[in-house]
Design a protein around this ligand. Sequence first.
Ligand code: NAD
Length: 293
Amino acid sequence: MTVGFVGLGNMGRPMAQRLAESGRELVVYDTRAEVIDRAVQFGARPAATPREVADRAETVLASLPAPHASAEVAEAVSAGSAIRLFIDMSTVGSAVAQRNSEVLSACGVAALDAPVSGGVRGAEHGALAIMVSGPRAEFDGAAELLAELGRPIFVDEKPGAAQTMKLVNNLMAATTLAATAEVMVLGVKSGLDPQVMLDVLNAGSGATHASRDKFPKAVLPRTFDFGFATGLMVKDVRLYLAEAEVLGLPSRLADAVAGLWEATLHQEGADSDFTSIVKVLERGSGVTVAART
Ligand code: NAD
């Protein structure tokens, strides 16, 4: 079976590489020629458009940066002559996933929305959490393929349900990173050693993914290279707020967290690593959260 992959960025490239290295024939497309060239080096075959991917592959996966890109690609692949199943691993919100499912099924193509958690390292090691919604039989049929990339967890048959789950997960990640950044600045300002702070947090009830992984790897060394862009985090927080609005629910905490992320976008730029949120909180504090030498 030929597999297609559209979107070879931070997440898509390592996922595509795992599929190619598993011995599957892989056809790829991205709007950036240089990332297609890189994929060719690990054995993928290039396509000139998403439609061409869908003319050559029965199952097409995608990892795209924004809802409009996902909708555009879903529309393009729906007209492909070989495609039978589209699996969108992007985080795009439930509304777009539902619309994609309608567009695709009108053309006889099944759709699974399968957003992921676990970051670039998870993608490299085939250790992603993959939340999947859509027809159960399609999930069962795709489980072996998805298992190359991580652990597929079936969420619901309802299109978009996995997107909602993913946004819940990412609001937690956005909140704990923002909270960890805020308390670390306070601690350092008061004279605490940031490494000691992390050691204590991680041994106690204040531990978060940010204190365990993001701060030691990308903030204390001041490398800001964890691998998730601020623009994507802001997209996910906005999508969460949109889900809350549709459900008619208040979002007091998410609103406060969103304010910090919008400030990070404004001050550090969409391409900055999301760990840069700490710089926004450092600004004006007179301290930096850096490892002591
Ligand atoms: P990225 O920006 O690094 O990669 C996106 C890729 O899609 C780029 O190579 C871009 O050139 C390509 N692209 C854009 N529009 C396209 C189009 N119309 N057709 C074909 N290719 C197109 O983003 P990423 O970090 O790899 O994230 C991809 C998705 O996965 C996002 O939805 C993100 O929210 C989600 N995600 C990312 C992470 C992470 O840690 N980076 C973790 C979980 C989920």
